[in-house]
Write a protein that binds this ligand. Sequence first.
Ligand code: A2P
Length: 269
Amino acid sequence: MTPDGNSVEAPVLPKTVTAETVVDVRHWTDELFSFRLTRPASFRFRSGEFVMLGLMGEGKPLLRAYSIASPSWDDGLDFFSIKVPDGPLTSRLQHIKEGDTILLGKKPTGTLVLDALKPGKRLYMLSTGTGIAPFASLIREPDAYEKFDQIILTHTCRHVVDLGYGRQLVDSVEQDPLVGELVGGKLTYYATTTREDFPTKGRITDLIENGRIFADLGIAPLNPEEDRVMICGSMAMLQDTKSIVEDLGFEEGSNAKPGDFVVEKAFVD
Ligand code: A2P
């Protein structure tokens, strides 16, 4: 009610979303930030999936697809986002703070899940930019370490500072009381930059094609007999990486038909 007695209409929450609370926000660079939301008890997902999330727009919700960056066993939900200055959602989302309300879709989905892959020896998670988000979830998923002998997480960004989120993530996973022991020597982190000096420089596509990544890690080149691949990045990165693995004989998998590799777009405004 307003002071003059008129009732104020609360915005109607669509049935497809729940209202969640922001419990943490971290700004990594001028262009990257991460945040953590409360997780409703009814919200179930498989590590690696994405969900719609956003804010109330003018009378209706403004939602975008976001990969969930926390594992399925976690009691909160983490997300990693870019800030697009004139992006309809992220121009507003980047200003969220603890205690704010975020709308969360009820139906997580996606193909970057362990179920969509055939058994194998090594699992490659190839990411660029915010495409590391689903892998932030999967590298904390105990099943991943039970199914594979080695997990190789690659992250390529333009600048060194853009690698900060992934670096800290990998450090924290190795020390995590729940999965740290499982991770043991099984997780290999391979970070590269493309526009600034760094020990490993170059696009992941080039480093695969010229063999540098395999020489650096001391492992056999990619082959569909032993390796499985998950890919997440921009549209161009997906297309280029997908055609490299297809040329090597890898077959794309899905929830309905597990295969040798799976792809997902890193969603942006
Ligand atoms: P580059 O600097 O050579 O464009 P973005 O911020 O544009 O999404 O890029 C993130 C990272 O992905 C950058 O290091 C970029 O390299 C790299 N990248 C962009 N396009 C491709 C592609 N088609 N294949 C592989 N890597 C790519």
